[in-house]
Design a protein around this ligand. Sequence first.
Ligand code: ADP
Ligand code: MG
Length: 333
Amino acid sequence: MPLNGLLTRCCQRLLGVCLFLMASQIQAEWRYEQQAIMGTEVSLTFWHEDSSAAKTVATAVMNEMHRIDQAFSPYKPDSELSRLNREASRAPVKVSDELYRIIDKALYYSRLTQGAFDISFASVGQHYNYREGKQPSDENRQALLVAIDYRQVKLDPRATTVYFSQPELQLDLGGIAKGYAVDRSIEILKRMGVNNATVSAGGDSRVLGDKRGRPWMVGIKNPRGQESIALTLPLADTAISTSGDYERYFIDELTGRRIHHILNPQTGQSAGELASVSVIGPQGFDTDPLSTSVFVLGVEKGIALIESIQGFDCIIIARDGKLSFSSGLGQPE
Ligand code: ADP
Ligand code: MG
């Protein structure tokens, strides 16, 4: 090939490479994915340079959310949790390492909160239906109250079995599984090379990195304000879980009381004085059970609990609108 022709070829090649680079640059953007999973809205935002790889990432995260839902939903009869609930009061049931770890963590928080957090709340909790405005009769509730007792959930670490020493006892992981699922999603994102992301499953969120040079701005809903935001927090590389009395609830026509989905294990009734609790900390596996715990414990004991654990903070909105913060966040004006 004459020299001229060779040069022209080289130039064409270079131009091609430049155009390719520019095209892939243009593709670098925020990616969004949203699905209804685990009875709530799961959403994912992340930065990725490549459209088709980004799709693979989003699918991997959503598949993981579906897997966790399928394994640990108490509403799916063939889930591992449902099988445990059916069989564990007859004899110890061998469970997956994953379910074992989740129950073990839940029991840790039961001991830490002296039973304010108790996944056996479901012994009574399964008789509520917030969508249909149903609750157990006082009689039924009182009769089943003995079956809310985390101490009757017996774990054998060597055999990885779970046994219920109370025949009516039932478990529900609704206060811990979403935080766990959000953590798993972040692990997948990291493994697939993502550096900036936010994942949320209902009230449980975790942010990875920052929003490319700025913090993520995470809003805490005004518990009585439809879609309005009570306050916004700048966050990076952290988890935040919010427990509220406004997502799943109905008003009891007779008493006018708000019947919502966070139960006080001592009474089997909705926990009383707060409207919203947000807990901030490194991972959802802890912030999720802690936000439910503080909701049950109330302002004073709740803040004392959070301040006793290194690396966590909380923001509480009482039913009368009063804001309280743990000391790590400073006091409101
Ligand atoms: P959300 O489910 O909206 O993220 P929470 O994290 O506060 O809110 O979890 C509430 C869920 O926790 C309830 O729907 C129920 O499944 C479960 N739960 C309710 N009360 C308790 C309790 N005292 N201890 C442990 N789990 C609870
Ligand atoms: Mg929670």
